[in-house]
Every structure is written in structure tokens, then in C-alpha cells.
Design a protein around this ligand. Structure first.
Ligand code: ZN
Ligand code: ZN
Ligand code: FE
Length: 341
């Protein structure tokens, strides 16, 4: 069988029509090096960062990349019944701050605007490569969701295919546009303002709300008020307001149960395969795994086995809690640009 850790390819699951990234080397990933007394690789002065001079935000290669420009060519004997392709792509880490602890809300507004800029620039740079079809940008925080390094950081997976969830969204936006000649998300924002019960925070260019169709108890979506497809479409003032709302949302989470909260933050942007996606409307989704102060919501048999999500609670009540927490969080933030609608 040879060295299993050398297997690096993308396999097709024909039952659910999805690509699975197989990366044998990722099995050797270290878990929480500081718990073993080892240095944090993202702090200034470590081998990974020491040649970069003074920095406030840096982009580093992922040391255990799921995808790589040097991924092996797929050997012929794999091309039998099952579909397989080369694990080509790029995995990067964005270290948002030299400070070892904290969250996005602890980064000051102007610095956070630079972070947003880095997300936009990397999206353009990686998206322009001919083998990249999608730039997936996201942030995992907290050991509850398996984050192996505590130093604040986000990740980028530049992919040779469009992720299934994005495919699904594109289809929905396209269908809606064909039928109504309007954007699905622009209409959702309009309805959410009419109803008001799920709004959490807004500034001049963005709205944060708990969606009507939330799957996670304290899910928050951040919607640009203008119909844009990806981060590079944002004007300078809009980037500042995005920085603001990301700080407010993370501060809201950390205030909700008066404890540091884990979450996933995902950017949903258009693919980078140069096709026309004018019907799409970019947005940012936050999933937070707690359903109560000490109770985790697990994705288990019904969620994983059937892709059916049950919402434990009432979305409008959870939105109210988030709005209250946001009010308290704003009092603690050094600067913010918006208000509770
Ligand atoms: Zn560190
Ligand atoms: Zn729109
Ligand atoms: Fe989405």
C-alpha cells in the first residue's frame, strides 16, 4: 500500500455528488502546541514570522495544506470506477494581529479595516490564478470547533471547484432573479426591515441579523446593503463599515453569555471562474455552536445523516437576546459606527 500519509488527491463521492479532499499529511497536524510548552507560530519573532519585520496583519502559507500547487499528479491506477482529481489549490492563514489573544472585537477599527483589505486582496490575487474557481475565506474560533491554534487567525482555501453550498445559493439566486427580476438577498433585507424582529445591528452600509431560516441557535448574517458580489467590489468607506460590523458581531457573541465564544465566520462570495454572477449578493455568515450558556448544539444523526436541521428555540427570541447583548457590547467597544435598528 505504500506510505498512506502521501495520499493527496480529491475524490468524488458519486452518492451525493461532492468532492472530498484527501490529505494524508494533515493527520500529523499539531494540536495546541502551547499546551505542550511550544512557541506559538503566529507570534512575532518565531521562525514563521521573524523575517517579516514589523507587521500588523500577515498572510502565511498553511503548513499543513489540504490543497497545494505542488500536489502530485493523480496516478493512472486511480482513474478506474471512481473519479479522482489533483488536489491543486492554495491554503493560507491570515494572522490578523501580532497580539496572541483576543477576538476581532479587540482589534481597533482602523487595524480591522486593514484586515478586511487583506481578505479582499487575497480573494483577487488567488482568484486570478487560472486553476482556482473559488476562494473560500473563513474564520474558526474556539477549541469546541477544533481550532488547533489560539492566536487570532483566519483561513483561505483557494479551490479548483465551487463548493456545494455556494452552488446551491447560486442556483437559488439565479432562479429568483429569472422569476422576479430582482435579487433574492436585496428582497430578504427589505422584508427583514419591515418585520424588524430579527435585526441586531446596522451601520450605513451593512446589516446584521438572525435570519428567519437560521440553522444554528445564534446564527448571525451580515448583509451588505448594496448589491455586491465579492469583497473587492466594496468601496473604501464600505470596507470600514464592514470592519465595524464584524467587530460588533464578535463583541455581541462574547457579551451574550459573558464568556469568550467560539464561532465560525464564513464569507459567501461569487466564484472566481470569470463567469457572470451579477445575480449573486455576497454576505457573511456566523455560526455559533452554543444553544445556551453551557449547552453545545451538536450536529448529529439527523443533521449529518439527513441534512435536516432542528432549531432548538424561537429565532425571534434568540434575536432579541442578541440585540440586548449587542446594546451591552456597544458600551464596551472603544468605537463603533452604527446603531441597533
Ligand atoms: Zn501567538
Ligand atoms: Zn442583492
Ligand atoms: Fe450564504
Amino acid at each position: 500500500m505504500g506510505d498512506q500519509s502521501k495520499v493527496h488527491e480529491i475524490r468524488w463521492n458519486p452518492l451525493i455528488r461532492q468532492w472530498i479532499i484527501v490529505a494524508g499529511h494533515r493527520g500529523r497536524r499539531p494540536w495546541r502546541p502551547e499546551e505542550k510548552g511550544l512557541a506559538c507560530p503566529f507570534c512575532p519573532g518565531t521562525p514563521e514570522t521573524k523575517d517579516l519585520g514589523a507587521w500588523d496583519v500577515i498572510v502565511l502559507p498553511n503548513k499543513f495544506p489540504a490543497l497545494s500547487p505542488e500536489a502530485p499528479k493523480v496516478p493512472r491506477f486511480h482513474m478506474g470506477f471512481f473519479r479522482v482529481r489533483r488536489a491543486i489549490g492554495i491554503c493560507e492563514v491570515i494572522v490578523e494581529t501580532p497580539v496572541h489573544e483576543g477576538d476581532l472585537c479587540d482589534i481597533d477599527l482602523d487595524h480591522m479595516r486593514k484586515v478586511v483589505d487583506v481578505f479582499a486582496k487575497e480573494y483577487s490575487r488567488l482568484g486570478s490564478l487560472n486553476y482556482i474557481k473559488y476562494v473560500a475565506e473563513f474564520r474558526n474560533k474556539g477549541k469546541e470547533i477544533g481550532v488547533s491554534l489560539t492566536h487570532p487567525h483566519s483561513q483561505i482555501y483557494a479551490l479548483p471547484f465551487i463548493p456545494p453550498r455556494i452552488m446551491c445559493e447560486l442556483k437559488s439566486f439565479k432562479r429568483y432573479f429569472k422569476k422576479k427580476n430582482r435579487c433574492l438577498l436585496c428582497d430578504i433585507v427589505k422584508i427583514e426591515y419591515e418585520e424588524g424582529s430579527r435585526l441586531i445591528y446596522e451601520n450605513k452600509h451593512f446589516t446584521a441579523l438572525l435570519p428567519y431560516f437560521a440553522m444554528w441557535p445564534y446564527e448571525i448574517h451580515v448583509y451588505p446593503k448594496r448589491h455586491v458580489q465579492a469583497l473587492p467590489d466594496l468601496k473604501e468607506e464600505e470596507k470600514l463599515h464592514l470592519a465595524d460590523i464584524l467587530r460588533v458581531v464578535t463583541a455581541t457573541y462574547n457579551t451574550l453569555f459573558e464568556r469568550d465564544m467560539p464561532y465560525m465566520m464564513v464569507f459567501h462570495q461569487k466564484p472566481t471562474d470569470k463567469k457572470n454572477y451579477n445575480y449573486y449578493h455576497m454576505h457573511i455568515e456566523f455560526y455559533q455552536p452554543y444553544r445556551d450558556k453551557n449547552k453545545l448544539k451538536y450536529a448529529a444523526g439527523i443533521e449529518w445523516g439527513f441534512w435536516i436541521f432542528t432549531y432548538d428555540g424561537i429565532p425571534e427570541k434568540k434575536a432579541y437576546e442578541l440585540r440586548e447583548a449587542c446594546g451591552k457590547a456597544l458600551k464596551k467597544l472603544d468605537k463603533y459606527l452604527g446603531k441597533i435598528p
